[in-house]
Structures are given as C-alpha cells and as structure tokens.
Design a binder for this molecule. Structure first.
Ligand code: PNS
Length: 158
C-alpha cells in the first residue's frame, strides 16, 4: 500500500491546497490529509471545523481527512506512510521546507518528503492572507471554494 501524508494547518483550506491534493492523490493508493492540532497557535477554526471544511470541498478521491498532534514523523510511522507531500509556492517557501525535510529525515529516514510545485495560478495564495482579506471584508472567491466562503467570513469577521 503506497500511502502519503499531506500535512498542514489548513486554516482554512485554499485552492492551493486543493491543487496539491488533486495532483498528489493519484500517485498513491491513499493520501492522508492531516490537520495539525496546534493549541499554541491562534487558529481561526477548530481542528474539527478545519477537517469539516476540507471534506466539504474535496471531490471523492482516495483521500482520508484526519488530524494529528506531536511529531509528523511519529504520525507517519503510526499510519505506515512512506512519504510526506508538501507544496512549494515560491523560493520563499524553500528555506523553511528544506529545514523541515532535513529534520524529518533525521527523525525518520524511511519517510521521504516529496515537493510539488503549486500551480502558478495558486502560488500567491496563503491561508493567512485569506484570513486577513476576509477579516477586512475583501473578496476571497479566487482563493477558496465558494462553499466555504460564508464559513470563512463568519470566522474572520471582527
Ligand atoms: O500548513 P503548515 O502550517 O505550513 O504545516 C506545517 C506542518 C504541520 C507540516 C509542521 O508544522 C509539522 O509537521 N508540525 C508537526 C510537528 C513536527 O513534526 N515538527 C518537526 C518538523 S521539523
């Protein structure tokens, strides 16, 4: 069974995440979209809500949506995943992703980190910018699926 994890904060899921999920899922038997449970970080959505929003917008694929806490490499071992998929939007992502991949390799050399270039039309999208634009009353229809816009606006409204 070829299994990969696509981990992230997904606060909220964006067209950029969806692009990577749709392109990565066919490469594996199962892709686990894993929401990081991070009580320290200020999140607009609870873990459960972030999972719900992901399920709401994903087409039926070989994708399981779930959450994890602790180390990603520990979670990969529990799930018996051989790979972690990460999207790269721009050079600015590289340093952080490079460090994380190398540290993860040290923690568990059997799990590969695979990078996919985000499609150019989504390369400028980030969840934090989505939250900021929604908070300030801007149009987020090019950034997240229509079905979750009301939820994002409601969570971000000041
Ligand atoms: O969407 P994000 O916030 O860029 O995702 C970051 C994520 C969840 C991949 C990263 O923070 C993570 O893996 N956290 C789990 C804790 C961990 O394993 N830390 C060591 C990585 S070097």
């Amino acid at each position: 069974m070829r299994r990969a994890i696509f981990p992230g904060s997904f606060d909220p899921i964006t067209f950029g995440h969806i692009d990577i999920i749709q392109r990565a899922a066919p490469l594996f038997d199962e892709l686990i979209v894993a929401v990081l449970v991070n009580p320290d970080k200020h999140a607009a959505f609870s873990t459960e809500r972030r999972e719900e929003l992901i399920r709401q917008v994903l087409p039926p694929l070989n994708v399981r949506v779930t959450h994890f806490d602790g180390l990603l490499m520990d979670y990969a071992a529990v799930c018996k995943a051989q790979a972690v998929v990460r999207g790269l939007r721009a050079v600015s992502d590289f340093e952080y992703e490079f460090q994380m991949a190398q540290l993860n390799r040290q923690l568990n050399p059997t799990v590969e980190t695979l990078f996919m270039m985000t499609a150019p039309q989504f390369a400028y999208i980030s969840s934090s910018m989505v939250r900021q634009i929604a908070t300030l009353g801007g149009d987020i229809s090019a950034l997240v699926p229509a079905g979750i816009i009301p939820a994002v606006q409601a969570a971000c409204r000041r």
